[in-house]
Design a protein around this ligand. Structure first.
Ligand code: CP3
Length: 345
């Protein structure tokens, strides 16, 4: 079977509707929790290529997905640039901060930091164990989302980051530029190690309206896409600008994305109709519906399949799968999607 994910991203008719789920490798799977315990911390797991490759492949053994996404985190980039990073249980990431030009100047400048090398090693390991029809996705965070973690030191608040963006502070521009450059290096490394498509996560894109969104979301992502395509013009991009409603068409136009990943509660068919010719949609079942299961899950999944044609759609969630999702609900989700599409499996 050809790779349905890559077919949809490159405008070809796929053999079936491609499906994968954001955070498909994660705590809802008991086998993930076992490996995570063996590794110690979440970050230790990200930097152990053998274990990270194993957890990347775990969901593929249970479910007939069309893509694997390398197991890592968007905060690998600030960590590689020299910030302290830890993941605090039941709280999330905590980082040292950058809030002025001295902070930007203190960031590391070496190419090929060891953190990136570990992720490349994971990709090579995953590639070796991947079924032939499964696409391999590499990723990074978008500069705005990553910068906001670097400025705030955690994910709960973005007042300082928003103020710096609004004032267009010199150090903020400089930080965004550093993130663009390092992300291009990191993504090109991921492609060299086997990634076949790249997703850029801008989880906080919805914070920024109008001109600010153009300057802090569209332009830096466009610069990353351009930088990668200068070297690897064939690589398809999925851009996840979370919370931007009907702003996905503008995002696609500005960045040259092959697909936009859409949050829940936006009509996928409206987004698809608004997109430039040839751009696909990814999404957008609510993670809460998958966690709840039952009739709502079946109805929600069918509704999405009905609303957009399979050659322009990558089935996914509107955000990452929730920790307390029963694994059998994902089995059910795949069954509903495949049945809807006429038993093409
Ligand atoms: O999708 C995948 O399966 C690939 C791996 C992946 C992870 N994080 C693993 C992870 C990806 C693509 C990410 C992206 C990511 N990380 C984003 C963008 C997408 C989004 O969710 O909006 C963001 C903002 C982060 C930062 C981050 N990482 C936070 C805020 C947290 C804590 C919240 C939580 O769920 O605990 C993480 C931790 C994290 N990243 C986990 C996983 C599997 C849970 C860690 C654990 O095992 O304890």
């Amino acid at each position: 079977m050809a790779k349905a994910l890559l077919d949809v991203l490159t405008g070809k008719a796929p053999e079936r509707r491609p499906v994968w789920l954001m955070r498909q490798a994660g705590r809802y799977l008991p086998e993930y929790r076992a490996v995570r315990q063996e590794a110690g911390s979440f970050l230790d797991l990200c930097y152990r290529p053998d274990l990270a490759a194993e957890v990347t492949l775990q969901p593929l053994r249970r479910y007939d997905f069309d893509a694997a996404i390398v197991f890592a985190d968007i905060l690998v980039v600030p960590h590689a640039l020299g910030l302290d990073l830890k993941f605090v249980e039941n709280e999330g990431p905590v980082l040292s901060t950058v809030r002025d030009m001295a902070g930007v100047d203190a960031l590391g400048t070496e190419r090929g930091p060891w953190q990136y090398e570990r992720v490349y090693e994971t990709l090579r390991g995953v590639k070796a164990g991947l079924p032939g029809h499964v696409g391999l996705i590499g990723f990074c965070g978008a500069p705005w989302t990553v910068a906001s973690y670097m400025i705030e030191g955690r994910g709960s608040n973005r007042a300082l980051a928003l103020a710096a963006a609004q004032a267009n502070e010199m150090w903020f521009r400089s930080l965004m530029q550093r993130l663009v450059e390092s992300s291009v290096e990191y993504l090109l490394g991921q492609v060299a190690a086997g990634a076949e498509a790249l997703q850029i996560f801008d989880s906080w894109a919805g914070d920024l309206p109008g001109e600010l969104r153009q300057r802090c979301v569209h332009e830096p992502i466009a610069a990353i896409v351009r930088g990668v395509r200068e070297v690897r013009p064939e690589i398809p991009f999925i851009v996840f600008g979370r919370g931007i409603g009907m702003g996905h068409a503008e995002l696609a136009r500005a960045t040259g994305a092959n697909a936009v990943s859409v949050e829940q509660d936006v009509a996928l068919s409206d987004v698809l109709a608004s997109l430039p010719e040839g751009v696909a949609v990814q999404g957008n079942l609510a993670p809460e519906i998958v966690m709840g299961g039952g009739v709502s899950l079946a109805q929600g999944a069918r509704e999405i399949c009905r609303s957009v044609p399979m050659d322009r759609h990558v089935f996914n969630l509107g955000h990452g799968i929730l920790q307390h999702t029963p694994p059998e609900n994902v089995t059910e989700l795949l069954k509903v999607i495949r049945e809807h599409d006429g038993g093409k499996t």
